[in-house]
Design a protein around this ligand. Structure first.
Ligand SMILES: Cc1cc2nc3c(=O)[nH]c(=O)nc-3n(C[C@H](O)[C@H](O)[C@H](O)COP(=O)(O)OP(=O)(O)OC[C@H]3O[C@@H](n4cnc5c(N)ncnc54)[C@H](O)[C@@H]3O)c2cc1C
Length: 306
């Protein structure tokens, strides 16, 4: 059973319905995580993002913990049921607006679709991110990056709902720290929207770069299999994928989880893997790298425990 308190709170459930939000009890997180693993959890999908403020206040009042889930492409949830509730901001048709070189995007928007929409408006600078799956909110949290582009580099401001104070603030880029696959947002900050500043560039040129990046991705990553992208961060100046590959670990498996033959820093769920299978495989990689090189690998995937 996931969250019993919420399930039995008819007053709050009525309010949630009134806020145009969908309450989905007892979902399998495995159906929301690109790795295809994760136990039972209650989800609330917000179609009107303005409902976040009253919803968060109501959950806080009742002592119900919550967390955001975006596209679910960088998470590794454990197999057990979760007591906290997952909130998801639903995308809408009007997620992107453009004024000159300034682009305002809802955090719920798909990152890939945002990149191509900007391209169609002759705005580039984020071509490398076209093939990164997931939402704009998840990309901001992770400072997603690929092929020389990181989203943090083009951010001008982010509208954030502060989970602790319950207030909405607009943070200019100088108040946000973006580092390699890391941002300085607090754990219970919710990114609602972002303002990006892009470069004017002809559509055809942008599309050529996007195609090149996507082709590289297709040939070097297991894009058709269930994964969460790179499992570990790269140590400074090194490639974790190469370190794993050089130690002959490609193709190693634990249960249904396999170290991809195409990219050694990807663990793929090939055959009904459990989160426990993936953890065992991660431990094996970590131990082997530690013994061979004395390097402690840091996780890039976000592990969700209860
Ligand atoms: C095939 C594949 C290839 C990938 N390639 C790359 C790559 O090249 N580069 C790269 O950087 N990543 C890559 N990834 C990883 C992943 O796509 C990115 O990290 C992506 O930006 C995560 O976005 P998401 O919406 O799926 O976030 P989720 O996985 O849903 O969440 C990730 C974290 O962000 C938080 N979060 C999500 N939305 C919000 C919000 N609105 N406000 C606050 N917190 C939020 C979640 O709570 C969680 O902590 C890849 C993944 C896959 C499966």
């Amino acid at each position: 059973m996931s969250n019993v308190t919420l399930r039995n709170d008819t007053e709050l459930l009525r309010q949630i319905a009134g806020w145009q939000a969908d309450y989905k009890p007892g979902e399998r997180l495995a159906d929301y995580a690109s790795l295809g693993v994760g136990g039972e959890a209650d989800l609330i999908v917000l179609r009107d993002h303005a409902a976040l403020e009253p919803l968060a206040a109501a959950l806080r009042e009742r002592g119900i913990a919550w967390q955001l889930i975006g596209g679910g492409t960088n998470i590794l949830p454990v197999d057990e049921p979760f007591t906290r509730v997952f909130l998801h901001l639903a995308p809408s048709k009007n997620d992107v607006t453009i004024e000159g070189r300034n682009v305002s995007v809802s955090a719920a928007a798909s990152l890939g679709r945002t990149v191509t929409y900007c391209a169609k408006n002759n705005l580039g600078g984020i071509e490398g991110l076209a093939g990164v799956p997931g939402s704009v909110g998840g990309a901001l949290r992770m400072n997603a990056g690929a092929y020389g582009t990181q989203i943090g580099a083009v951010v001008r401001s982010v509208t954030v709902f502060r989970g602790v104070s319950g207030k909405i603030e607009e943070l200019t880029a100088d108040r946000i720290g973006f580092q390699y696959r890391h941002s300085s947002f607090a754990p219970d900050d919710v990114m609602l929207a972002v303002r990006l500043e892009l470069n004017e560039r002809p559509f055809a040129e942008i599309m050529e770069d996007i195609k090149r990046c996507n082709e590289k991705r297709r040939t070097s990553q297991p894009v058709k299999e269930k994964s969460a992208g790179c499992i570990f961060k790269n140590p400074p100046g090194l490639s974790t994928g190469k370190l794993i590959d050089d130690l002959g670990l490609k193709g190693f498996r634990e249960g249904g989880a396999v170290i991809s033959e195409r990219h050694a820093n990807f663990i793929v769920n090939r055959d009904h893997a459990t989160a426990a299978d993936i953890f065992r495989l991660m431990d094996r990689i970590r131990d082997t790298i530690r013994k061979a090189h004395g390097i402690e690998l840091e996780e890039e995937v976000i592990v969700w425990k209860n």
